[in-house]
Design a protein around this ligand. Structure first.
Ligand SMILES: *Cc1c(COP(=O)(O)O)cnc(C)c1O
Length: 426
């Protein structure tokens, strides 16, 4: 079976002349070269060579209604002719903020920004400004965007002080970022005990979606809530992936654990750039202009993104959650059965519309274990699926997503492709 991506190959050669590495975000750099997209509709991506792929990457999360959703497109089109950006407030910002406050448990107030990265950066600054403390706890392998406070490598174990994950980040910036392994209560207890008087916040992805799909152990998020409350530390849920996905109110509604602050993004903009910091009024009101924590942006509350957000959230009804979860569960179960049938060591995790297979014989509870997965086998699985016209994120450490447009026929095709690929994986 051959995949013809000759035009993509040529475009990649051209792209490399003008763009760093030929791409604008590192995960798009697929070896030997990525396919270039011409257009997308519903659950399909169409590349420049005329291939049509069933898409389980969905732009790394946002496209839960499928691509080019008509209601969103129409709303955005109408807004386009009314102007792109005003630098003045609009009524639509109130509408979207109210929608968030109505469904996200911790949200009493909202600040819109332009990306998940901006949201976590400002949420951490807010936590520091509010508590007047410097240190933060972050989990090994958790991704909170590409800014300096959180771009920290997982240390050799708990309690190691942060070592930057990237050149260009001074140690002075990350030495206040304390790393602990996920799903480990004792490690958090030790870190809190040691740094208690200096800790502003714990920031956590309630389900880790950037090292595959790692679920919190039963009671773990509740434990984080309790230990932060007892020690006057703020708890921030980074819900850039889980927000509007696990349920309309996100992971905090799903697990019944309410943080002090949360960050949103991805689904919130329905494919347009957006982010938001939400939380308790008493804390949120420390942002400028009311408070002393500076936060600003030319494009904050951009009318196009806000319009797309409203039109997207309006479509997330009970049926949406039932259907996207059903499909993810069928595919996760299929992967488990196939791994069994073909004797391939694997662990599969799924929650709501997200799932991932790890080629690993251990239960994946944290980053250290995830890293021990058979990455070569995963890339064989990736290429096997792509040759059969199915696009999953090209990394063992990303997560697959389902949309409302993945129907029974699409699922059947995917299952068939999975079976064929597993035969080759042996
Ligand atoms: C994607 C992501 C971010 C960063 O969002 P951007 O919009 O890419 O800046 C932050 N946190 C989590 C959990 C994410 O998945």
């Amino acid at each position: 079976m051959q995949l013809n991506i000759e035009k993509s190959k040529k475009l990649f050669e051209e792209a490399k002349k003008y763009l760093v590495g030929g791409v604008n975000s590192p995960v798009r750099y697929i070896k030997p070269y990525p396919f270039f997209v011409e257009k997308a509709k519903d659950c399909y991506l169409f590349d420049v060579d005329g291939n049509k792929y069933i898409d389980y990457c969905l732009a790394y999360g946002p496209m839960v209604l499928g691509h080019a959703n008509e209601k969103v497109a129409k709303a955005v089109e109408e807004q386009l002719y009314k102007g792109f950006s005003y630098g003045c407030p609009t009524e639509k910002e109130i509408i979207l903020a109210k929608m968030i406050v109505d469904c996200v448990p911790c949200a009493e107030k909202v600040r819109f920004v332009n990306s998940g990265t901006e949201a976590t950066m400002s949420a951490i600054r807010l936590a520091r400004g509010y508590t007047k403390k410097k240190k933060i706890i972050k989990f090994d392998g958790a991704y909170h965007g590409a800014h300096d406070y959180v771009l920290v490598k997982s240390g050799s174990g708990s309690l190691t002080l942060g070592i930057p994950n990237s050149a260009g980040i001074p140690e002075e910036t990350t030495k206040n970022t304390i790393l602990v392994p996920f799903n480990d209560e004792e490690a958090v207890e030790r870190a809190v005990k040691e740094h208690k008087d200096d800790l502003a916040c714990i920031i956590v992805e309630p389900v880790m979606g950037n090292v595959g799909c790692i679920l919190p152990k039963e009671g773990y998020l509740k434990f984080l809530r309790e230990i932060t409350e007892e020690n006057d530390i703020l708890l921030i849920f980074d819900e850039v992936i889980t927000g509007f996905r696990l349920s309309k109110g996100g992971a905090q509604e799903y697990f019944g654990v309410v943080p002090d602050l949360a960050t949103l993004g991805k689904i919130l903009g329905g494919g347009f750039p957006i982010g938001a910091i939400v939380g308790k009024e008493e804390i949120m009101d420390n942002f400028s202009p009311l408070g002393s924590v500076y936060q600003a942006g030319t494009f904050n509350g951009n009318p196009i993104s806000i319009t797309a957000g409203i039109a997207t959230l309006e479509q997330l009804d009970d049926n949406f959650y039932k259907q996207t979860e059903k499909v993810a569960k069928i595919l996760a179960d299929t992967l488990r059965e196939l791994a069994d049938k073909y004797n391939i060591p694997a662990k599969v995790y799924q929650i709501a519309s997200m799932f991932q297979i790890y080629f690993n014989d251990k239960e994946v509870l944290n980053y250290e274990i995830a890293k021990q997965s058979n990455v070569d086998r995963f890339m064989k699985y990736f290429w096997g699926m792509l040759k059969r016209s199915i696009f999953i994120p090209p990394s063992q450490f990303e997560c697959c997503f389902t949309s409302i447009k993945h129907d029974d026929e699409v699922v059947d095709k995917t299952i068939k492709a999975m079976e064929d690929v597993f035969k080759e994986l042996e």
